[in-house]
Design a protein around this ligand. Structure first.
Ligand SMILES: *Cc1c(COP(=O)(O)O)cnc(C)c1O
Length: 400
């Protein structure tokens, strides 16, 4: 047994230094709380960054994963398995999509969407139609294609040259989007609510413009619902609030409730674009991962967690707006359901998160001016009260 300090030393020496680690060593999770090696409890409003949708160690999810692990964990996608086929059907029923390709991460789900779009455009419009339009401030993952789509130079510059054929326009700028379109456009890729850059919703008008332009030019509309999907905003998928359906949709994060699984869903001709040999994934949608995802969906349905995300999200936003009126350094509160961005009037996001951690609350600073709140969808009112009390105390004590 290593002490917590010894674990920190091991991590520092042996794990590649790509992450700024927080101080505690977490050893256990239950519901909306995690516990460190000294037994301290923390209310978790990060949830593995929008991943642990049904809370930590939900008993039904744990039981199903253990049962499946003891039955059949993995086969190559050379072979059929029941959990994967059943999950594909269920995801299509929830979304009105028509086929699914399973992967392991959000980046891979986005990559798959880019590959489908390029092949689709090549088939329909010729090999010149390879351009992908994405948005400034977007985030689609860290692989070369996904990072080329990501509109944030700090993630791109160290790895240049990027994949060619991407252009970026400002979010919610319909004119810029129109101007970027041409016969060479294969697809437009966007998050209905930009997550990683600070919870910035796209307007209905902008989403509608994107849909119309894609129809006009025969391009595919790709929604990256890796963070917004699986009930977080109150609908299964954020586009369902706007009734603007994409041709391709990327999922991951909350899909497996903590078990790694992602998916790319397609409809129409795009649902049949990839044929044997075009694409593959060794682990994608294996029996264990698919069982985890199916169980997460069942729990969300049985426990009414979409409805809860909407109601508790509204409650949370109202309390945060009240804190603003009491003089806390809040500029605006953004987002939908349990995907909340607290825009701060001073550059104190990191400091706020650091002080909150000491008081037993996990929140995620993105940049200097935003707190990202993406808790488990099981969050209740008394936990919101606890979170708001801690944040209010931090702001009143430290920044007044
Ligand atoms: C997190 C995220 C990704 C990348 O997912 P990984 O599993 O880290 O590859 C892609 N798109 C969005 C919108 C995300 O929030």
């Amino acid at each position: 047994m290593y002490s917590a300090d010894a674990i920190r030393a091991l991590d520092h020496q042996w794990v590649m230094g790509t992450y700024r680690r927080q101080e505690p060593l977490f050893v256990r999770g239950e519901g909306a709380y995690v516990y460190d090696s000294e037994g301290n409890a923390y209310l978790d409003l990060v949830a593995g960054v929008a991943v642990c949708s049904v809370g930590h160690c939900h008993p039904k999810l744990v039981r199903r994963i253990c049962e499946q692990a003891g039955t059949l964990m993995h086969l190559s996608n050379l072979y059929l398995t029941a959990p994967q086929a059943e999950l594909a059907k269920k995801l299509c029923a929830l979304s009105g999509m028509e086929s699914v390709f399973f992967v392991n991460t959000g980046a891979e789900a986005c990559e798959t969407g880019l590959k489908v779009a390029r092949k689709y455009a090549r088939n329909c419009k010729g090999s010149d139609a390879y351009e992908i339009i994405a948005l400034e401030g977007s985030f689609h993952g860290r692989t070369m294609g996904a990072v080329s789509a990501t509109g944030q130079p700090q993630y791109q510059e160290p790895f240049a040259p990027l994949v060619p054929g991407f252009r970026h326009v400002p979010r919610n700028d319909s004119d810029a989007l129109k101007q970027a379109f041409s016969e060479r456009t294969a697809a437009v890729m966007m998050e209905p609510i930009q997550g990683e850059s600070g919870i910035h919703p796209l307007s209905h008008e902008f989403l509608k413009t994107a849909r119309d332009l894609c129809d006009q030019y025969g391009a595919l509309l790709i929604f990256d619902e890796v963070q917004t999907g699986m009930g977080r905003t109150g609908e299964w998928f954020a586009w369902q609030h706007d009734h603007i359906q994409p041709d391709l949709m990327a999922l991951a994060k909350g899909l497996g409730g903590g078990f790694p699984i992602g998916a790319l869903l397609a409809r129409g001709k795009a649902a049949k674009t990839l044929v044997p040999g075009d694409h593959g994934s060794t682990f994608g949608g294996n029996a264990l991962a698919a069982t985890a995802a199916m169980t997460v969906i069942e729990i969300i349905e049985e426990e009414g967690l979409r409805q809860n995300a909407e109601a508790i999200g509204n409650y949370f936003r109202a309390l945060l707006c009240a804190l603003k009126d009491q003089g806390c350094p809040i500029q605006e509160v953004r987002g939908r359901g349990l995907m909340i961005g607290v825009g701060l009037s001073q550059p104190v996001a990191r400091e706020t998160a650091k002080h909150a951690l000491k008081k037993g609350l996990l929140v995620n600073p993105v940049g200097d001016h935003t707190l990202r709140i993406v808790p488990p969808l099981i969050l209740n009112e008394s936990q919101v009260n606890q979170a708001v009390a801690i944040l209010s105390e931090v702001w009143k004590n430290e920044f007044n």
